[in-house]
Design a protein around this ligand. Structure first.
Ligand code: PRP
Length: 290
């Protein structure tokens, strides 16, 4: 199949060609029934049974290429979308790759607030977002635009402060830096270009991925409870929409099935047990449509 023919028939999704995000994107698409196999270092892969073609690109280029119409959709970071100031829609937040963009100064620095940055040198790979933020705070700085290794710029004497992504904070600690203030919070997202050639298929892809994202963040909780305690239990587990309640052979008891956020599951189980629920079971959800 030549490139032109491929272009005409398939929705094209740009995914990161390497790194952790590349693996995350491949796993997510596979779980949503859109698995693919990349041969060696090929730039394209075809998804089976659905007209989708995967294009492997640099994560940083995905928003621009989506805005330019080279790809219909893409998986990238919302930080990169904002920095590129491109006109694309963020269709879905994937709940992974969460990080913060922060202004960071040396641990020993006397700088206490953003206004103190006036006249400083600031290094960043996010020049547009940084400039806009500093403008809002009336701080006039000399911006050093870089494409990586920003955290060493203070010790190299290049900058007084940096604006960089912080995930766990270990890079900052290793470089004796502290957060002065946070500019924004970001995560991995699915974007869609305004010129997307197959909007209905794009909606179908989003529904599939949404099912996976929700399934990953929720568990299914089942328990038995006396009917008179049901209202109390439902306050602990209100569910995504509402819990499913089934009768048991003993008319005084009922069985409840409900979705609970994974991060809340242990606390919910403890509370239910203290209310009087029993046979409390947590089950993983592989996929869902709600
Ligand atoms: C990012 C960021 C920081 C680091 C922060 O770099 O630029 O250097 O992660 O993470 P931490 O708070 O968990 O230490 P990344 O590893 O993505 O590589 P990059 O330098 O190519 O951006």
């Amino acid at each position: 199949m030549n490139a032109e023919r491929r272009n005409m028939q398939n929705l094209r999704i740009g995914v990161p060609s390497k790194g952790r995000l590349s693996e995350l994107a491949a796993e997510l698409l596979a779980q949503g029934g859109m698995g693919f196999r990349r041969q060696d270092r090929s730039l394209f892969a075809r998804v089976k049974d659905i007209p989708i073609e995967i294009t492997f690109l640099r994560t940083d280029d995905i928003p621009v290429l989506c805005a330019e119409g080279a790809i219909d959709m893409g998986i990238t970071g919302s930080d990169i979308v904002q920095e590129n100031e491109v006109d694309v829609q963020i269709r879905l937040k994937l709940g992974v790759g969460k990080c913060r963009l922060a202004v960071c100064v040396p641990e020993s620095s006397s700088i206490q607030n953003v206004a103190d940055l006036d006249g400083c040198r600031i290094a960043s790979t996010f020049p547009r977002v940084t400039s806009a933020f500093l403008r809002q705070h009336n701080a006039s700085v000399h911006l050093v635009k870089l494409s990586g290794s920003v955290e060493v710029m203070v010790s190299l004497g290049v900058a007084d402060a940096i604006v960089d992504l912080v995930e766990t904070g270990s890079t900052l600690a290793a470089n004796q830096l502290r957060i002065l203030t946070e500019i924004g919070q970001y995560e991995t997202v699915v974007i869609q270009g305004n010129g997307c050639r197959f909007p209905e298929l794009a909606d179908r892809i989003i529904r599939r991925l949404e099912g996976v994202v929700i399934a990953r963040s929720y568990s299914l909780l089942e328990y038995n409870i006396r009917r008179e305690l049901l209202e109390q239990a439902e306050k602990v587990t209100p569910g995504f929409n509402s819990p499913t309640v089934n009768a048991l052979e003993d008319p005084d008891w009922c069985a409840v099935r409900v979705m609970v956020k994974k991060k809340d599951i242990i606390e919910a189980m403890e509370k239910l047990e203290s209310i009087g629920a029993n046979a409390i079971l947590e089950t993983e959800i592989a996929n869902c449509r709600l």
